[in-house]
Design a protein around this ligand. Structure first.
Ligand SMILES: Nc1ncnc2c1ncn2[C@@H]1O[C@H](COP(=O)(O)OP(=O)(O)O)[C@@H](O)[C@H]1O
Ligand SMILES: [Mg+2]
Length: 150
């Protein structure tokens, strides 16, 4: 339907606990489908949003995820994940695969002793077309990531 995408309202989802990520992931996938994103790309966006939400819960005390569409510079679906936690320390390092909470997750042999694999932020970059992270110590983190629709 012409104009359907631009009339798609913003969707805001508060996430505080892990089970809420499951519902968020499903909502994000159908939102992306309504926006006209191809099926596989809807799944990719859903994985990215669940990684961002999981990080907010683990490290930011929870937060809010906003899904929106836009047209400039080209049609996109955007996920914005905002929390008011402590912020990402050493952002450059946090983006490196396998680095979780400042150290190499592969060096922790016992899987029960680690909270993460350090692959979430890297995955978000690989799954989305454009990613922007701003983080300030003590103030929180905002991750914005877009996927082009056409
Ligand atoms: N919202 C956030 N607030 C504070 N720190 C974060 C946030 N998201 C990520 N981080 C930091 O970045 C690191 C890397 O994140 P990620 O790649 O998702 O790996 P993992 O969650 O498995 O550790 C985390 O271990 C954490 O130290
Ligand atoms: Mg993570």
């Amino acid at each position: 339907m012409p104009g359907a995408r631009s009339s798609l309202a913003e969707l805001q989802v508060v996430v505080r606990r892990p089970p809420e990520v499951v519902a968020l992931q499903a909502r994000a996938r159908s939102y992306a489908a309504s926006a006209g994103l191809a099926n596989v790309r809807c799944w990719e966006l859903a994985i990215a949003v669940s990684e961002a939400a999981t990080n907010m819960i683990k490290y930011g005390g929870g937060g809010i995820v906003i899904l929106r569409v836009g047209e400039e510079p080209r049609p996109y679906v955007e996920i914005e994940a905002r929390d008011r936690g402590g912020g990402i320390e050493q952002l450059e390092q946090a983006l490196v695969d396998n680095i979780s909470e400042g150290s190499d997750a592969r060096e922790v042999r016992d899987p029960l002793q680690r909270r993460g694999l350090g692959l979430g932020l890297g995955a978000i970059h690989r799954l989305m077309d454009e990613v922007e992270i701003t983080s300030e110590a003590g103030k929180g983190t905002t991750l914005r990531a877009r996927k082009w629709i056409t």
